[in-house]
Design a protein around this ligand. Structure first.
Ligand code: SF4
Ligand code: MSK
Length: 629
């Protein structure tokens, strides 16, 4: 729109730049317009120094020491910042873990024979996970095991236990450390509920104690709710295997019915996949004058489908509105999380039908078609039929698909990575020991209009792989990397000689797609396997995490469980904590003595690459490996 005409300042992505120009012409407001309208942001909130927990307030603390230094209740800067951060972690943990719970509900319905659109796709994984929950599969059929596993997982959410089941996957030293610190998660819902309790006015007023519980709460997500989400998704929908696909707005087809799925939970989108492939729907599409039905994803629902079906991805978080600005989308079907409430405003400028599907996520301007395990198959067929009918309403004069699609290698579950390595993590460890691969970094998370779209991700990753550091990704970063061509065999030319040699021999790109936001747990599982093989803790490994363009509460929780699990973690945007230098000091330095890892905040990806590389070399040195430190 009018405030900025140089779209290259907003995004490095060609299709975004071109679509922003079209959006301006079509009078469509985007996230960047709204971001600009919010400037300047509230400085108190940016520093974590505002509180609206109770209605004696809202209160603010003056960071310059001239105004109030305490809220009405007496909360000082430390208490205020810690409570705000604690609630942020609780919201992120609740979101991921509730997503996991929805999958367990589907698993339970499958076991009862009440979910006709779903089945057990991975019986071996079902048995393996059941065994981790202490369930004996001997002589039982898959549905009986599924029922017992669903019950055991529900117990992890709510019952009175000493610890949740899947933390047993962490190295022994890490589990002992959590016990010593009193942060072993006891129940997924319990830790979130306790955080909300502790941060009520007049409960936990020790900022260190609140933040320690923040780690416990985050661990209940990473080794609990999110891990359950990923494992049950694999059991129900299949363990991802390497495949090729395509990304960017070029995946939309001007001669087909285009349906976009958006959100996080694959429960709805998996049934949409089946419906779009049914002969009946394809016949209807042909009758409507379309050459087929094209299903593509955005955000993490897209990641789930790309991982398991090689479905194309149209874009990431900041591209969601622009997908509709192509004028080529007949229907967008959303589940939950990261769906901007204003997205229907963009749809209203075109013919796109907007559909919400979850009882807990309703949106202005969307038709609500509620999905349940019992009716999902039927609902999916209804929606695809509606999308096909809407093809007749498309105005081809408004259609603009600005680029050609980019190829991508996807589907690298841990099972697939171990498979590519020949059956064990041994070759990866050998390559790290030999220094051909210096270490590995998990780059995760979102886009944020505070940062030029994809610049933080792509610039950091280019520098890391050039430095022989293997990159794995999840969430919206995965689209950024894919759009930049970093997940192809050709990208090996950008890698350092050691990484080039190892990845070239294995036939994998230097950047591996591990999935959606909840799939960050695949990184935890991989790190545990590496640490267990080496006989060390996760914090001893030459690895790091990074969220260069994060925006969401879920990303804050992910960062927190990474650090609590021993992974040094870089953040691009600063979290709202600078109102307390004691807390900044704890998060960026003091935690080293507590959990063996810290956060580092650096918005400049070039400098971030230096910080992360130096960390990896330091860890190599401590392990007695050759170091460039
Ligand atoms: Fe103000 Fe304390 Fe209430 Fe927060 S909890 S709004 S600081 S009185
Ligand atoms: S969708 S949490 S913007 S990664 Fe998972 Fe993307 Fe971040 Fe949402």
């Amino acid at each position: 729109m009018s405030y900025k005409t140089d779209y290259a300042d907003l995004s490095i992505v060609t299709d975004t730049q071109l679509m922003l120009e079209k959006a301006a012409g079509d009078q469509v407001e985007t996230v960047w317009d709204r971001f600009q309208a919010q400037q300047p942001h509230c400085g108190f909130c940016e520093m974590g120094l505002s509180c609206r927990i109770c209605i004696m307030g809202p209160c603010r603390i003056d960071p310059f020491g001239e105004g109030p230094q305490k809220g009405v209740c007496g909360a000082d800067a430390e208490i205020m910042v810690a409570r705000n951060l604690g609630r942020m972690i609780a919201a992120g943990a609740a979101s991921h873990s509730d997503h996991g719970r929805d999958l367990v509900e589907v698993l339970a319905k499958v076991a009862q024979g009440k979910a006709p659109g779903y089945s057990i796709k991975e019986p071996e994984k079902l048995k393996a996970v059941a065994a981790e929950y202490g369930i004996d599969s001997e002589g039982k059929d898959d549905l009986a095991i599924a029922g017992e596993l669903a019950d055991a997982m529900f117990e992890d959410y709510g019952s009175r236990k000493k610890s949740i089941a899947l933390i047993s996957r962490a190295p022994q030293q890490r589990q002992e450390l959590w016990d010593k610190l009193g942060i072993t998660p006891r129940g997924i819902d319990r830790e979130t509920s306790e955080m909300m309790h502790r941060t009520h006015m007049g409960v936990d007023n020790d900022w260190v104690s609140i933040l320690l519980h923040g780690m416990r709460n985050a661990l209940s997500d990473g080794w609990g709710g999110s891990m359950i989400a990923t494992e049950v998704s694999d059991i129900l929908f299949g363990i991802p295997q390497p495949a090729t696909s395509t990304v960017n707005l070029g995946v939309l087809k001007d001669d087909q019915v285009n349906i976009i799925v958006h959100g996080h939970n694959p429960v709805v989108s998996e049934t949409i996949v089946a419906a779009t492939q049914s002969p009946e729907m394809l016949r209807l599409a042909e009758e409507a004058g379309a050459k087929g039905i094209n299903l593509a994803g955005v955000c993490c629902t897209g990641n789930e489908l790309m991982m398991r079906h090689g479905m194309p991805m149209a874009g990431n978080h900041l591209s969601t509105e622009l997908t509709l600005v192509t004028g080529a989308v007949e229907m967008m079907i959303v589940d939950y999380q990261c769906i901007m409430p204003a997205i229907s405003d963009a749809a209203a400028c075109y013919h796109t039908k907007m559909i919400s599907t979850s009882d807990k996520a309703k949106f202005p301007g969307m038709e609500h078609h509620e999905f349940h395990p019992e009716n999902a198959q039927e609902k999916a067929n209804d929606l695809v039929r509606l999308a096909v009918e809407n093809f007749a309403n498309r105005d081809q004069n408004k259609v603009y698909i600005p680029v050609e699609p980019q190829e991508v290698v996807c589907g690298m579950s841990i099972e697939a990575i171990i498979g590519a390595l020949g059956g064990s993590a041994g070759p990866l460890i050998d390559a790290i020991k030999a220094g051909k691969i210096r270490g590995a970094v998990g780059i995760v998370g979102c886009n944020n209009p505070r940062i030029k779209q994809d610049h933080g991700h792509v610039e950091l990753t280019n520098r890391l792989i050039a430095n022989d550091i293997l990159v794995v990704d999840t969430g919206c970063v995965s689209v950024a990397h894919a759009r930049a061509g970093l997940k192809t065999a050709e990208a090996l030319a950008k890698a350092g000689p050691g990484l080039q040699e190892v990845c070239g021999a294995l036939g994998i790109p230097p950047v591996l797609h591990l999935g959606s936001c909840v799939d960050n747990v695949r990184i935890l599982v991989l790190l545990s396997a590496l640490a267990n093989t080496l006989g060390c803790d996760i914090s001893d490994l030459p690895v790091a995490g990074s969220a260069p363009e994060w925006y969401s509460e879920k990303a804050a929780t992910i960062g927190c469980y990474f650090v609590a699990s021993g992974v040094f973690t870089h953040l691009g945007p600063m979290p709202p904590v600078t109102g307390s230098m004691k807390i900044v000091e704890l998060l960026t330095a003091g935690l080293e003595d507590v959990v063996g890892a810290t956060f580092a905040v650096e918005p400049d990806p070039e400098k971030a690459a230096e910080i992360i590389s130096a960390h990896i070399e330091k860890k190599r040195e401590a392990l007695g490996l050759d170091s460039r430190a």
